[in-house]
Design a protein around this ligand. Structure first.
Ligand code: ATP
Ligand code: LTN
Length: 323
């Protein structure tokens, strides 16, 4: 079976963008791929974390995977810091990655602006560690949101370069970025992507938002000029809300447009809030039932399985390098 790999940073509680851009697709992939899903805690350290909250966020990301239907009997779920081969491989890749290549990464440029007081080396080197995550497991498919496309491209560059320099070692991974949902925009600013670490919680709908909180955020979401409920490239706000409605409600956009023909934003947003809240309630019921101890066991089991694969690969890499 071909392998797929993906990961999410435990920087906060996840939001509906993380679900629609990533996890939703992972659940389906489990039928056709041997999947590995990682909680990339070492990546998250590139921005400041409160150690106590961080430990809980790590468990919460794993719980989120489970609540959405990632099945630990079919897929490996583990924590990046439990498998030290990731950082070892990242170091080897550091020696063949060019500074100019990292300087082009838009995520680095964005985060450097947002975290002006903490532009650390880890933030700059972040894509190299991500390349190590993927290549360590010979993953052929990397299901991610659109913002990660550039990082997967760099991963391919690194794989190709290593193979050329030291002989065929790594499999060439392909990104899987879906046409719909790969870039959910912020509710307070539809020109920027929804982000866990946005300055204001009005930007995102957290998966743990209570229904009344989610409703408020939707009713206050920015809208475009013109009152029509119609998807169009020059109307990013309503198009974003329609995308969310369609994906969470399992409806075609054109059917939603028909349903709200002649209606105003308030009526549309009330309908959207209903769909979002049904989704949140179903998720939260499952999430809250999962105990910390249960997740810890699943992560330990996942670390053993991922670790065995990683150790085998790193032995080959060291040999190729002459170490
Ligand atoms: P942060 O704000 O801490 O950087 P984030 O919200 O961007 O976090 P990540 O952990 O970087 O989330 O991303 C996890 C996965 O979710 C990735 O596959 C990413 O592409 C996807 N993703 C993140 N934001 C969105 C979004 N707004 N729309 C669709 N997919 C997204
Ligand atoms: N950079 C990704 C998280 C990530 C990842 C990975 C995704 C780290 N390692 C490997 C896919 C494969 C992000 O979402 N910010």
């Amino acid at each position: 079976m071909k392998r797929a790999f993906s990961g999410i940073q435990p920087t906060n509680i996840l939001h509906i963008g993380n679900y629609l851009g990533a996890i939703k697709n992972w659940v389906e992939l489990q039928n056709d791929y041997a999947c590995i899903f990682c909680v990339v805690d070492q990546h998250a350290l590139t921005v400041k974390q409160d150690p106590k909250e961080f430990s809980q966020n790590i468990l919460n990301v794993a719980k989120t995977y489970l609540a959405f239907g990632i099945d630990p009997n079919r897929s490996i779920i583990f924590r990046q810091s439990d498998v030290p081969e990731h950082t070892e491989l990242a170091w080897y890749f550091n020696t063949i990655t060019k500074i100019a290549e990292l300087e082009r990464m838009t995520q680095f440029k964005d985060k450097a602006v947002r975290h002006k007081d903490n532009i650390n080396l880890g933030l700059f080197d972040y894509p190299v560690l991500m390349a190590a995550d993927i290549l360590l497991y010979d993953a052929e498919l990397v299901p991610v949101g659109e913002d990660q496309f550039q990082h997967v491209e760099l991963t391919r560059t690194i794989a190709e370069r290593f193979n050329k320099l030291f002989g065929k070692t790594f499999v060439m991974p392909e990104p899987l970025v879906k046409k719909h949902g790969a870039r959910i925009m912020g509710l307070d600013d539809p020109k920027k992507k929804m982000s866990k670490s946005a300055a204001s919680p009005a930007n995102y709908i957290s998966l743990l938002d209570k229904p009344d909180v989610a409703t408020k955020k939707i009713m206050r979401a920015v809208t475009d000029s013109g009152a029509e409920i119609k998807f169009s490239a020059d109307r990013p706000a309503i198009s974003n809300l329609l995308t969310i409605y369609s994906l969470l409600g399992n409806l075609e956009i054109k059917d939603i447009e028909k349903q709200y023909a002649g209606a105003g934003y308030a009526e549309f947003k009330t309908g959207l809030a209903k769909v979002v809240n049904n989704f949140l309630i179903e998720f939260q019921n499952k999430f809250l039932k999962i105990k910390d101890e249960e997740v810890k066991e699943i992560l330990a089991d996942g670390a053993a399985k991922a670790g065995a694969l990683a150790r085998k690969k790193i032995i080959d890499v060291r040999k190729k390098l002459g170490l």
